[in-house]
Design a protein around this ligand. Structure first.
Ligand code: ATP
Ligand code: MG
Ligand code: FE
Length: 351
């Protein structure tokens, strides 16, 4: 079955075409345009600009696919679009585009949860590894979630952040260090030149049996630290590299510790990890090392599927469809859609 995936929940416009045959996915085309550069001077996402860019980029990406010959609209059998969570304005553009296209083609359009896209993305191209239960770890710009996945849409929340998400902490610390948005990839780049043990920033909520996260204290600790040593930050490169490395290490250690101990405590022998922050090589390595030591299998999404993309949206829709789950026709967007509270009523479009 040929699926077109559409993702526009935040500042990435993405379109993907995937074919699901006998439970195996083939990625036919995968396109993404990031608006990060455009929003950079404002230190955050400007909704009006996001709307304008999504409206321009979605038809442009589609035309590009058609021109390249990867997309023949008549062959598409279903559309999957992100309906939440995300920015209301951004979500609306993707949904309007998806619904218009589906209506024109006379095919169904399904509204998908962006977080479920992230959650299942470690299985893209490794579909045979999907077994329940597993421990899902999603660490992104807006979320830090540990959840026991007993089946699709059967989630038991184990822990989540009580304040900032890890990605948000990367972005905020990036800003206070004078780096471009998003801060995560920038900090990773400079951290490579630094000493991760130079400064001991707090490992928040690290105590045993606590699977919640807190990154706001860490961010504040870095702020006070660099405010006190402003001159060094401006004058000494090595100091700046060491701060980047030590901050990244604090996040990596907390994620490593909580994830592996949650897997042990809940008797889960497989971890699936994803979300933008998992593009970070140090975090990937620490998780993989500890999982190996603990005899736990860990699947971390390919770096290109960690940050926002449309393959994961099409993939999770195709997967749920295959598993006979009642996925719904896209009716409305929900900026606050969560992983466990599906606020909308299923509207009977089950299979
Ligand atoms: P959500 O999925 O929670 O709605 P989002 O879609 O904005 O939020 P993602 O696209 O999954 O989030 O991830 C973006 C976040 O990942 C940003 O905060 C960014 O700084 C962070 N990030 C991206 N690459 C890296 C990296 N190499 N190291 C650390 N953080 C990174
Ligand atoms: Mg983004
Ligand atoms: Fe995301």
């Amino acid at each position: 079955m040929l699926w077109l995936g559409i993702e526009s929940s935040c500042d990435e416009t993405a379109l993907a075409l995937i074919r699901m045959t006998n439970g195996k996915v083939q990625i036919v085309d995968d396109q993404c345009i990031s608006q990060a550069l455009l929003h950079k001077p404002f230190g955050g996402i400007v909704p009006e600009f996001a709307v304008r860019e999504h409206s321009k980029n979605l038809p442009m990406l589609m035309q590009g696919m058609i021109k390249r010959g990867s997309l023949n609209l008549e062959d598409v059998e279903a559309i999957a679009v992100t309906e939440g969570p995300g920015l209301m304005a951004s979500l609306l553009v993707g949904n309007a585009f998806a619904r218009g296209l589906a209506q024109g083609l006379g095919i169904p359009v399904y509204g998908m949860n962006h977080l479920e896209g992230h959650l299942f993305s470690p299985f893209i191209g490794r579909e045979e590894k999907l077994r329940f239960p597993f421990l899902g770890l999603v660490v992104s710009g807006g979320h830090t979630i540990l959840t026991k996945v007993d089946g699709p849409r059967k989630y038991e929340m184990i822990g989540s952040t009580i304040d900032d998400a890890a990605g948000e902490a990367f972005d905020k610390v990036g800003r206070l260090l004078g780096l471009d948005y998003p801060g995560g990839p920038e900090i990773e780049k400079w951290a490579k030149l630094g000493n991760a043990d130079a400064y001991a920033f707090p490992l928040s909520l690290i105590e045993k049996n606590n699977y919640n996260f807190s990154f706001s204290g860490l961010k504040t600790a870095v702020r006070y630290f660099v405010e006190k040593r402003k001159e060094e930050l401006l004058e000494k490169e090595q100091f700046f590299f060491d701060v980047c490395a030590s901050f990244q290490e604090a996040i990596a250690r907390v994620i490593q510790e909580k994830t592996i101990s949650a897997a042990k405590a809940f008797g889960l022998s497989c971890i699936a990890a994803s979300g933008g922050v998992l593009a970070n090589q140090r975090i990937r390595t620490l998780l993989e090392q500890k999982a190996l030591e603990s005899d736990i299998e860990i699947l971390i999404a390919d770096k290109k599927f960690c940050t926002d993309n449309a393959v994961m949206i099409a993939f999770v829709a195709a997967l749920f469809y295959l598993l006979g789950l009642p996925i719904t026709k896209s009716m409305e967007v929900n900026p606050n859609l969560s992983l466990i509270n599906f606020k909308r009523e299923l509207n009977g479009n089950s299979f």
